[in-house]
Design a binder for this molecule. Structure first.
Ligand SMILES: Nc1ncnc2c1ncn2[C@@H]1O[C@H](COP(=O)(O)OP(=O)(O)OP(=O)(O)O)[C@@H](O)[C@H]1O
Ligand SMILES: [Mg+2]
Length: 460
């Protein structure tokens, strides 16, 4: 079905259920929605207020929901719903009566087909209901949102990707950088685009089959006996699935993004979701980039990755909230701890506990104090291969960014091996790349450097 067929179809529906044809604004809303326009844009083109256009839109979705006898039709799922109605299944009769499969456009009959109201988890839905249909959400596995500063550009990027129908989005970054917090912030911004939203953490490394059963149960809102496949769920509703802590399915002691034995099928799953035709979206939050994602992603592809870096000056709010002294020293602290909000919180507490909030006293020590950060970094760095450990120790002991075309003899890695290792360390967000004289050089941040130097000192 194309947009003109869809318009003709809805016009017949409107005629049979209300006795009137669609007017020009209603047609514009349907056309705009089909082409992924926002209410604001449609309103601008038609010199109407956004509020009025929304009201007309909501009445249209309501009419369609009742007439199709389906679950709620809304702006986000209108196109998918109509595209899912096979043209061969629709008959337009001369008397103005429409049949879609076994559904008739007689609203008194079709209303019997209405599904029971889904269960809502109200973590993000406004308690006061306006005319907008609510999204069916299961966010039970997500932590509560906390204080949150900035990240405007990241949120805009993610929103644009979602509006542009990206199917798989991976948010990557070190532990504590704010992947979970960012995604929690994103949900209220884009939830109206989806019919179903589910958040699951992979922290207990569920096998793919049990994760899929769990997802299908929620997404199809059906008992297991009649369950469709996940891709069918993705096609029949616009679904958003968030999988947090994805690194737990990857193997420790292997290069980044290699699956643990028994978890390799996750790779095929990510690939299938990227390559199949549907309007749903999977968001992965991980320390490591999955191998398939590295191969599938691209600017004009439905698979994209966001490398999350630290906070900028706005991280000062963390210190203000913790009551630290000497604001003129705060930016130095943010630089040293690379704007990682978890690290900044830990270090601010430490400065309060040991130095009564004096940042300069803390900074006067020659070595960077890690404290509780050490055990956090252990979790990430214990996963490195022996070659990665060698390479990162070399970088830790090289004060200036290193040129990998000049491999030191003690490294015992061939050029291709070193390239692979650097790529893997990059996929773990442990290594930073800087351009010098047109060539890429590699380095590590001060916290990781201090941590690696301490570790090698203990080993020797
Ligand atoms: N933009 C932000 N403003 C203020 N605090 C933030 C921000 N982002 C994250 N935080 C805080 O930093 C801490 C770490 O954030 P979060 O749990 O989102 O990190 P993460 O990247 O998901 O880490 P992990 O990989 O270990 O799960 C949390 O306490 C969170 O509230
Ligand atoms: Mg997290």
């Amino acid at each position: 079905m194309d947009v003109e067929e869809a318009l003709e179809f809805v016009d017949h529906l409107a005629l049979t259920t209300t006795g009137k044809h669609l007017d020009s604004l209603q047609k514009a809303i349907l056309r705009g929605t089909w082409n992924n326009q926002k209410y604001k844009e449609i309103a601008q083109h038609h010199n109407r207020s956004e509020k009025y256009v929304k009201e007309v839109g909501f009445k249209l979705w309501k009419l369609l929901s009742v007439a199709l006898g389906e679950e709620q039709v809304c702006k986000a799922n209108f196109r998918a719903k109509l595209e899912n109605l096979r043209v061969g299944n629709i008959s337009l009769f001369g008397n103005g009566c429409i049949h879609i499969g076994n559904i008739s456009a007689d609203s008194s009959q079709s209303s019997k087909n209405l599904q029971p109201e889904p269960q809502y988890n109200d973590k993000f839905n406004e308690p006061t209901s306006n005319a907008k249909p609510k999204v069916c959400q299961d966010l039970g596995d997500a932590p509560e949102p906390n204080l949150f500063y900035n990240r405007t550009s990241e949120l805009t990027t993610l929103e644009n990707w979602i509006l542009g129908r990206t199917r798989v989005i991976t948010i990557l970054g070190l532990s504590g950088i704010g992947k979970t917090a960012l995604t929690l912030q994103l949900i209220p911004q884009i939830q109206h685009e989806f019919d179903r939203i589910i958040w699951r953490s992979l922290r207990n490394s569920p096998p793919l089959a049990s994760l899929q059963t769990d997802l299908i149960k929620f997404l199809s809102q059906q008992q297991e006996s009649a369950s469709p496949s996940l891709i069918e769920c993705f096609r029949s509703h616009r679904c958003l699935i968030i999988l947090d802590d994805v690194q737990t399915i990857f193997s420790s002691g292997q290069l980044a993004g290699n699956y643990q034995p028994g978890y390799e099928n996750y790779g095929a799953f990510f690939k299938q979701i990227t390559e199949s035709s549907h309007n749903s979206c999977l968001i992965l939050l991980s320390w490591e980039k999955p191998r398939e994602i590295a191969a599938l992603e691209g600017e004009n592809r439905p698979c994209k990755s966001l490398q999350l870096n630290g906070l900028g000056p706005e991280a000062q709010e963390i210190f203000r909230e913790k009551g630290l002294a000497e604001p003129e020293k705060w930016s130095e602290l943010i630089d040293l701890y690379r704007g990682n909000p978890l690290w900044l919180n830990i270090v601010a507490t430490l400065i309060q506990d040991l130095f009564g909030g004096s940042v300069s006293e803390f900074l006067s020590y020659d070595t960077l104090f890690l404290g509780d950060l050490e055990s956090l970094l252990d979790q990430q760095c214990d996963r490195l291969t022996a070659s990665e450990q060698q390479a990162i120790a070399w970088l830790a002991n090289t004060p200036e960014p290193a040129d990998i075309s000049k491999i030191p003899e003690n490294l015992q890695l061939s050029p291709p091996e070193l390239l692979k290792v650097m790529q893997s360390l990059g996929r773990r967000s442990l290594v930073e790349t800087v351009k010098q004289n047109g060539r890429s050089h590699f380095t590590i941040g001060p916290v990781i450097r201090e941590y690696i130097i301490n570790k090698t000192r203990h080993k020797n």
